[in-house]
Ligand binder design. Sequence first.
Ligand code: NAD
Ligand code: TYD
Length: 341
Amino acid sequence: MKILITGGAGFIGSNFVHHALANHTGWQLAVLDKLTYAGNLENLKDVVDRVTLIHGDIADHEIVRKAVEGVEVIVNFAAESHVDRSILDAAPFIETNVKGTQVLLEAARTIGVKRFVHVSTDEVYGSIERGEFTEESPLQPNSPYAASKAAADLLCRSYHKTYGLPLVITRSSNNYGPYQFPEKLIPLMIYNALQGKPLPVYGRGENARDWLYVEDNCRAIASVVEKGRVGEIYNIGGGAELKNLDLVRQLCRQVAAALGKPAADVEGLITFVKDRPGHDWRYALDHSKMTGELGWTPSVNLQDGLKRTIHWYLENRAWMEHVISGEYQKYVARVYEHGWK
Ligand code: NAD
Ligand code: TYD
């Protein structure tokens, strides 16, 4: 089965490529990625010989038309994904998340794909004080990022209802794990803790998130590719809810243990900073549909997931330096000049 993975050089997409190659040997993978600051070919360097790589924008009709030739399944990870960046400038979020999704949907419809899996987020539901969002909860996005993802979800729905496109949507909670760009909370805190830099906690650190180890999300998305019911939405929750400050303190203790330092040395780096505008208070997902229909549950608990993640960042300091310093952009430039391999 030939599968096109958009955004496959990013955090979740590259983990999905690794997961698919290890667990779904019958899948032939192609990656379409624009290689923005968040897309990094180093994430795929061990597998370049086993994947067709296409450099391009999902909002570019011509590139997408060529990329979908012969493809049976599309899994759309490509997106601008950081809330803070969307607050600074919403325009790229509309271009990629909304327009890009529509271009992909149109190409998928034209060639008649067997399945289109659209990777969305719990943030489309907005914030919840108590309880958990189900797949039926209304869409009440609060950031430009979340609004652009909600718009994409609705376009997906319309292509299914209007044109019968065989479409499935996944909405997951906050992912963490290897290859995550160090602008999101967990890798940023690990990076700063390793450098002895301040750990910026927004507001009072009382906002809560549900954390999902990326490998668990990849396993869930793979099962949606294989068995998800067309026209359905699946919530993928981690079942690990924590207030940000508690999470950061836990990270500090685990980083300190990994470095053989007293926990207080790392915890002392915590710095409260001005809150994010429109900061969602709490996310929580009911993932009983994934469990009931597809037999999926998260398998990595937060403590183990953080341990693995910290270990990965310690082992991959060069990767971290490259993405932070822009070194990988030079790597990309080399690739543009000499080809993908
Ligand atoms: P990421 O920012 O790490 O990676 C995004 C990838 O998409 C990068 O490789 C980037 O180069 C590529 N890309 C961006 N614009 C593109 C375009 N116009 N054309 C082609 N490629 C483009 O994001 P991520 O964290 O891996 O998220 C992947 C998907 O999962 C996104 O759709 C995001 O909304 C969703 N999601 C993420 C999380 C999370 O916690 N990270 C949680 C729920 C849902
Ligand atoms: P983030 O990783 O950006 O994910 P999202 O906003 O999509 O949930 O942030 C997770 C939480 O951590 C969120 O409540 C904002 C907070 N946060 C900080 O307190 N400090 C930071 O430096 C960052 C990046 C986030």
